[in-house]
Design a protein around this ligand. Structure first.
Ligand code: ZN
Ligand code: ZN
Length: 298
């Protein structure tokens, strides 16, 4: 049964959030038609959909491979051998946040505490379930809940997908305003650009700024709903050869302003330090006397 939420809106917001090309879809499953999203880069019948369904006071998003997605699933099994750490880190973050992850490989239940099974993977089931407030019956909530579970499921899948390796050079993200003659750009490194890392970071921490709490969707509406930048905490210069990014702990979602601010120093300022600075400044400007009399009469 189709639910009162828009799969097109779901594809739109997840596409913006993860910087992926997604399309909304309704697919026939043994349990009836289900709404969800597809990655448009991997066309049918070799790709997959993430479909949302309702259960008992719960909402679930699951991985639904196409009829001929065998090669894709086998490639995911090979990728899992190197990406099991961020994957399991994301699973435990989701579970700590009240989501339930169900996973089967080749028909056997996978328990995260035992790690991921070695290749070959011929069959993969992955579901993310979240309890919902069944009494609300609010369509807005359902859209948001569908976003939450689909976002979590897609973030886990992206860590397993054999995505193209990112080019090593940093790409300029935007020009920072500096005095004349000075020239600087904030560059996003490959860890910040990787869709899998972005997705894992945002699915774990949400799409509000981790420093000031700015939410693009709240301020700009549907135009920017889900938009956020991702900052890599560990300066590239301090990373050894064997460094593997943990998107949950090494990356943080930041608004464009806070992102520019942490990069005003090199190496970038710790986000927690800027958050404290901002809190101190807010306390100072919010004192009743300083608000009504910004300049004290002498
Ligand atoms: Zn911010
Ligand atoms: Zn950054």
């Amino acid at each position: 049964m189709c639910m009162p939420f828009s799969e097109e809106a779901l594809a739109e917001v997840l596409g913006v959030r993860f910087r992926l090309s997604l399309s909304g879809c309704v697919a026939n499953t043994p349990g009836g038609p289900r709404q969800g999203v597809r990655a448009t880069d991997i066309p049918e019948p070799n790709g997959f959909a993430v479909l949302v369904s309702t259960g008992w006071k719960s909402l679930e998003a699951g991985f639904f491979p196409d009829t001929y997605a065998g090669d894709l699933v086998r490639a995911m099994g090979r990728k899992a051998a190197t990406s099991h750490q961020p994957f399991l880190s994301l699973v435990s973050t989701f579970e700590a946040g009240g989501k339930r992850i169900g996973m089967k490989v080749n028909g056997s239940v996978v328990l995260p505490e035992n790690g991921l099974p070695p290749p070959p993977w011929n069959q993969l089931e992955l579901r993310v379930r979240r309890l919902t407030d069944a009494t609300s019956g609010n369509d807005g909530d359902l859209q948001a809940d569908a976003e939450t579970v689909a976002s979590a499921c897609l973030a886990l899948l992206l860590l397993l997908l054999p995505l193209e390796e990112e080019e090593p050079a940093g790409l300029p993200l935007f020009e920072a305003g500096l005095p004349e003659g000075a020239c600087s750009t904030v560059t996003v490194n490959r860890y910040e650009r990787s869709p899998a890392n972005r997705a894992a970071c945002i699915a774990a921490h949400g799409s509000r700024c981790g420093i000031c709490g700015f939410d693009f969707g709240v301020v700009y509406g549907p135009l920017a709903h889900g938009y956020i930048e991702v900052h890599h905490r560990t300066p590239v210069s301090r990373m050894g050869d064997g460094y593997r990014v943990d998107p949950v702990h090494d990356l943080i979602p930041l608004c464009a302003n806070c992102h520019a601010a942490v990069h005003r120093v090199d190496p970038p300022m710790e986000p927690e330090t800027l958050r404290e600075m901002l809190a101190t400044r807010r306390r100072m400007t919010c004192r009743p006397d300083s608000r009504s009399h910004p300049v004290k009469p002498s």
